[in-house]
Design a protein around this ligand. Structure first.
Ligand SMILES: CC(C)(COP(=O)(O)OP(=O)(O)OC[C@H]1O[C@@H](n2cnc3c(N)ncnc32)[C@H](O)[C@@H]1OP(=O)(O)O)[C@@H](O)C(=O)NCCC(=O)NCCS
Length: 189
């Protein structure tokens, strides 16, 4: 298994062989594919559609795609249009959500929730005990989205963003992957 790979063993198939190969993570309704550098333009398009301002620049997306400690998952239509993108960074025992975005026409259909479930599954697979994220205090919809998923605010980061906005630091602890060693399968918490 190549570097950056995720071992197989969730209660859905998570067949990942490396960043350069096609790979999928299946949730109940979402089939998330591991993004590659070939998705750079499409991911930037998602940024344009999902964020009115303060978007990730293309070179930032490029860095994320190339980083072995990062994982980008996308949900796409049969025609290959990306509907949602999730970017994670694994830092020690923490899994950090760099970005989660669903294109406007696909919102409020549960895709964001599925991507956050995939986040927790990926965190368990990589031995992370906590999922962390920062969200602008002005992004009330996203704050409510995370709160509904069980994320708790553990601090306010004043002037966190380069443009001066404050952020909430939010966390959710994930149950350890206790069955993985014994059975090779993981039960969802
Ligand atoms: C935040 C985001 C990812 C949510 O994706 P989604 O697919 O619409 O989320 P879900 O359908 O799974 O929503 C689950 C629940 O979260 C809450 N929620 C989601 N969006 C919400 C909003 N704008 N306002 C209030 N509550 C919201 C609701 O309780 C929702 O359940 P309901 O639809 O039954 O009421 C999406 O709105 C988005 O891409 N926003 C722009 C990018 C962004 O701000 N990302 C987060 C910061 S990086």
């Amino acid at each position: 298994m190549g570097s950056g790979a995720i071992p197989v063993g969730l209660d859905y198939p998570f067949a990942v062989q490396g960043k350069s190969t096609s790979a999928f993570a299946r949730c109940a309704r979402a089939l998330l594919r591991v993004a590659t550098h070939n998705d750079l333009d499409a991911l930037y398009q998602v940024e344009l559609e999902c964020f009115r301002e303060h978007r990730f620049r293309k070179d930032h997306l490029d860095w994320i795609l190339a980083n072995d400690k990062a994982l980008t998952l996308v949900e796409e239509t049969d025609e290959g249009r990306i509907l949602g993108a999730l970017m994670l960074l694994f830092e020690g025992t923490a899994c950090r959500v760099l970005s989660v975005a669903v294109v406007p026409e696909a919102r409020r259909g549960g895709l964001g929730t599925k991507m956050m479930q995939a986040t927790e599954d990926a965190a368990r697979e990589r031995g992370s005990s906590v999922v962390r994220l920062e969200v602008s205090t002005q992004n009330l919809g996203a704050v409510e989205f995370y709160r509904r998923l069980g994320y708790r605010t553990d601090g306010v980061l004043y002037g966190y963003y380069s443009w001066g906005e404050d952020a909430y630091s939010m966390t959710r602890y994930v149950a350890p992957n206790v069955d993985a060693g014994r059975t090779g399968r993981v039960r969802r918490a």
